[in-house]
Each structure stands twice: as structure tokens, then as C-alpha cells.
Design a protein around this ligand. Sequence first.
Ligand SMILES: [Fe+2]
Length: 480
Amino acid sequence: MRSAANDLKRDDASAEQDLGLPPGAFADLTSGRRPVDWDLIGKAAAVWPLNERDLLPIHDDCPDGVRVHRLADSVASGRTINRGGSPYYEYRDTAMSRVASYRPEWISMLRVVEDSDPDNPAVEWNRGHLLYQFTYFVGPVNYYYRWEGVSHCVEMNTGDSVWGLPFAPHSFTSRSATEPAYILALTYGGDLLGDAQRELSVLGPRKARALALPAEQAALLRSFAEARLLSTEELARRAKLPAPYVAQLCAGEAAATGDETAALADALGVAVRELLPTRIGTEAGVHLAYRAESRSWELPEQGRAAYRVTQLAGDPAHPHTTALEVDVLPAADASAGWLSTYQHQYAYVLGEEPVELHWEHRGERRRERLEPGDSAYVLPGTRIAFAALTADPNTAGDADGAAARVLLLRVGGATTTDVRFALATIPGDGIERYLDEDRLWFKSDAAQPGAAHPDAAQPGTAHPDAQESDATDLESAREH
Ligand SMILES: [Fe+2]
């Protein structure tokens, strides 16, 4: 409420007037002395140019930094879903959080086929879905996918994986009536969900189509030039390039060199990276990764490794998504292998062996034993490590020498690279205020006692991480 009122340049008295509140009520609301109820949120959304959701915080269901999801809870969540009138999949939930947009399901294939024909009538195709999908295969699973009207089928086995684009129809079946055949289907929306989707739904499909950027520099050049009302001649003058050549670049009829791209970025007043198109590596909408061809390496380094890591399916178009198989080596102890990332993180214990998950959150170190089939969600920035539970390095381990195997999926959240750059530009205690605005944007006079720091005396309202900061009151320096 305080942040929204500040953005709209309302002090307590003017906010109270807008919202029909008695004097002093706004300070009670922003300090937590008086609850913000639905009526008030509705009123604010009616009189101020904002949406109800702008005033609603998200639920923190991960106060310990990690949410562990047990196999028994996954089994209890099981739903068998029919396709074409008979059972096709059993779905089970695994670890997820309200903080992250990914949706990880364990899915067992109940339809058994005897061939790998994409046109087999026993295969029930879906209509595709919005979310991107990373899939990890266990057992003899057939994967079907359709792109531009052409149907494909590939035979997948344990350790194979695939990454797929939204809205492409797909299906899965089993090639064996006796062996287990299942997948871990990790779907996520990335930047497509949330604010972008809501904004585009207001603009409508026509404008959304016009906003779609092909992965070409020419499209970026045209978009920035248009935004800046720059003619081709003016852009060429600024970049010190011949105008007909710049026209060719903008039409996609020529390719700029690195130096020319830098000159054009300078001319447009943007960072060079704004003129670099994304790279999409999918073929027929998917990126297949077969385990036998996948790259593996040891971590922290060969010779004294805690883990052997194998790269799974992904795509350059999603640089903030990482899928990995992590073999926890028998000698591994937690201190050898701390892992950290800016991404939301999902871990699922594959195979037959348990593993110990260690983590550090808000200065506290914790650990939890994870059994096969257990999974965990880890908040961004939470250091984790896996430790082998088998005591003797000589007798422990599977044929590959691993004590346990964990599937890791890491997905970027709403804190994009641009947001992270912005965080680095916020001075002083600005980050605390960005997360939890606690004061008026200017120092009010004595007529409003305490209004400048209405929460200052309220214990328990500070952000849990606040004690880790060295916040100083720079308010007077920031008045404007
Ligand atoms: Fe799917």
C-alpha cells in the first residue's frame, strides 16, 4: 500500500481522502496495525490506476529455503487420467512452490505399444500446452511430437531427455508391459507467464502477433529505430555507415559485423546485447538429448570430485534453464561440493540410493535425508550440497561408481538479467525499501508525527533477511 501510494505521489492525508478513510487510518494500514482487507483493495483498484494484484503479496511457502516433497505424498497425489476412454497416464505431483512457476509431474505411461509408429491409433495426442516442457525419461518410453503437421516418434530410454516449445502436441507410451516406464515432466512458463501474458491479453492477438520478434538482428534494428523515431539516414549518420547499407541491414539483406553492431548500438543508445537476437536450437520444436551422447564432467575438479555431472536437454533460447543429472560420488561430503545459483531449483532423487541434502538459508545450515522418489524445491540463492550416505567408498556405488543420482532442473525466475542489473544500480538501503517499502517518499513535517517511518517501532515487520544487511538511513540524501 505504501509503495503504491508513493508511486502515485499520495501522502497519508491524500491517500485517506481517495480511499475514504479517517485521518490516521493509512498509517495504521501500512504499519500492519489495521489489516488490509478485500474491500480496501477493491476500493484502491477502483480509484487508483492499478490492479488488485498489484496490492497482493505472493505466498512464501518456503520459509526454510527448501521444500521437501516425500514419495508418499507424491503417491497420495496420484491421478489416473483417461485418454480415448481408457487409462493413459498416472500423474503424481512432486516438489513445487508458490514462489516458482515450474510444475514438475511424475507421469507413468499406462498405454503399451508394440511399435514406434507415430500414426499408431493407440497413441492419444494432446493439444499442446502453454508451458515449456523439459522431460526426463526412465525406462522404455516412446516420445511422440508433432510440429507443423508432421508427427514424429522417438524411442527414449533411461537418462534421455528432451526440451520442447509451447503448444506443440505430444504424447508418451510404454514399449514394455512389465518394465517401469515413466517420465519426469517439468513444465514451466518462464517470462511468458505473469505480467507479460496479462499485458498482451489486453493488447489482443493482432498486436501480440505484431510484437513477435523473429530471431534476426534486422527485426531488433527496426524495432529500436521505430521506438526512437529515427530515420534510416539519421541512424546511418550516427553510426557512420552508408545509408543504403543500413537500409539493407534493417531489411535483413545484409549481416552486420561485430564492429558495425557496436556502432549501431551506440547510435541507438543501447547496449550491444540489445541488438543480438536469441538463438533457437530446436528442430521440429524440440531439442532431444540422448544420454549416450551427453557430455559429463567432474566437479569441483577431476581427482577430488564430489559429483559427476551430465548435461541434459536444453536450448540456447532459454539460457536461464539448466537440466543436469548429478551423480553423487561415494567420497562426497557436503563441504566439498557447495552448489549455488540464481535460478529456482528442483531436485529429484533418481535410482535406488538415498542422498543427504545440505543447505544454508539465512545463516543457518540444515540437512535432510532424501529417499529415491523424494524431491525438493530450493529457493534461488540458497547454497546446497549433496552427500553420499554410504560409508565405505570401496563397496558403495553403482556400476558407474555413483552413490546416488539426482535430477536437477534449474529455471530462471522473474528476477531476470535486466532486473539483476537494475538491483546493482539501487543505492544504499534502496533494496530493502524496494522489497518492503516502509516510509513516505519525502520527510514529512511535524504535523504527521511518525508518518515518515510508520513501521519503525513495529517489531516483526522487518524482512527476515534485514539483519544481514548493513542498512543506513540515507533518506535525506534521497529526497526529491
Ligand atoms: Fe506435456
